[in-house]
Design a protein. Structure first.
Length: 293
């Protein structure tokens, strides 16, 4: 059994072409093609159907892919664990995430991470689209679940939630609501995608009359900062950046249904130490950052 041939076979199907797999593996396309051909010859079966425009796994190839992918992941995990104690992270970590996390959680995480690993440079790419990590040369992405099936490695960070927030000055002038019905007597900063909340384990529909509505959390946060009303925000935005006033959560028994937050990164033969250490560091600190706000 040749592990290198199996690795190449898996990467070809994950990358979608021999050329893309060759770039990922750092070897000539001809070598990639030769290794797949050698594997098929050794097994005595065709694993990949090739045409001039596309390739796809045969039925035998799909079965073999599932088993090989799981086996390679176990091997990679074992090697990463052995190397983690001796591998000092260096280089540039390119990380992407949605705007709400790129402006709230990431700055504090990166500041703390670089205090521990100053040799690592960090480039943050804030975007609300799903980036092609391999094609765009990105090491790591933050994504909100549920996730679509893909060939990416997934690591859960935490479960996130949202709630209702107001400035202390607004509450001092208008009082603090004690029930959902009390919100009818308050100014509401609406968000275009809100409406369903979790209350005592059950999903309830919440309809609020809002004179001000936005589809951007940072605009909503600005309105709340200006003491214009009570609004919905994700928990990380309760205190989104240094120097900003802390908000007060109202009606804390109401929250959005939890949505899991994940790190995803491309499958590769060796996961860089900067990726492994940042994932572990962030997973340990993310909930602490939110709970301390």
């Amino acid at each position: 059994m040749r592990i290198d041939e199996i690795t190449v076979f898996v990467r070809v199907l994950e990358a979608g072409s021999f050329a893309a797999a060759a770039r990922l593996l750092g070897m000539p396309t001809t070598t990639v093609s030769a290794k797949v051909a050698a594997l098929e010859k050794r097994l005595g079966t065709t694993l990949i159907h090739r045409t001039t425009r596309q390739l796809r796994a045969t039925s035998a190839g799909e079965l073999y892919l599932d088993r090989c992918r799981a086996a390679l992941q176990e091997i990679e995990t074992a090697e990463a664990e052995l190397a983690s104690d001796n591998d000092e992270p260096t280089g540039t970590l390119r990380i992407t995430g949605p705007t709400v996390f790129g402006r709230s959680l990431l700055p504090e995480l990166i500041m703390a991470y670089r205090q521990k690993f100053p040799a690592v440079k960090v480039e943050v790419l804030v975007m609300d689209r799903i980036a092609d990590l391999v094609a765009e040369g990105i090491d790591l992405a933050i994504r909100v679940g549920p996730l679509k099936d893909s060939s990416l490695i997934v690591r859960k960070i935490m479960d996130g939630y949202g709630g209702y927030y107001a400035s202390q000055a607004y509450l001092d002038r208008h009082g603090t609501p004690q029930t959902l019905e009390d919100l009818a007597d308050h100014q509401i900063v609406g968000f275009s995608r809100d409406g369903k909340m979790l209350y005592r384990g059950e999903i309830v529909d919440v309809t609020l009359d809002a004179p001000i509505t936005s589809n951007d959390f940072y605009v909503s946060r600005s309105f709340i900062d200006l003491d214009l009303g009570i609004g919905y925000l994700p928990a990380p935005m309760e205190k989104a950046w240094r120097g900003q006033q802390a908000l007060v959560r109202v009606l804390p028994e109401y929250s959005t249904p939890p949505r899991s937050l994940y790190f995803v990164y491309p499958r590769q033969r060796f996961v860089p130490a900067r990726v492994r250490t940042f994932i572990n560091f962030a997973a340990e600190r993310a909930e602490l950052l939110i709970s301390s706000r």
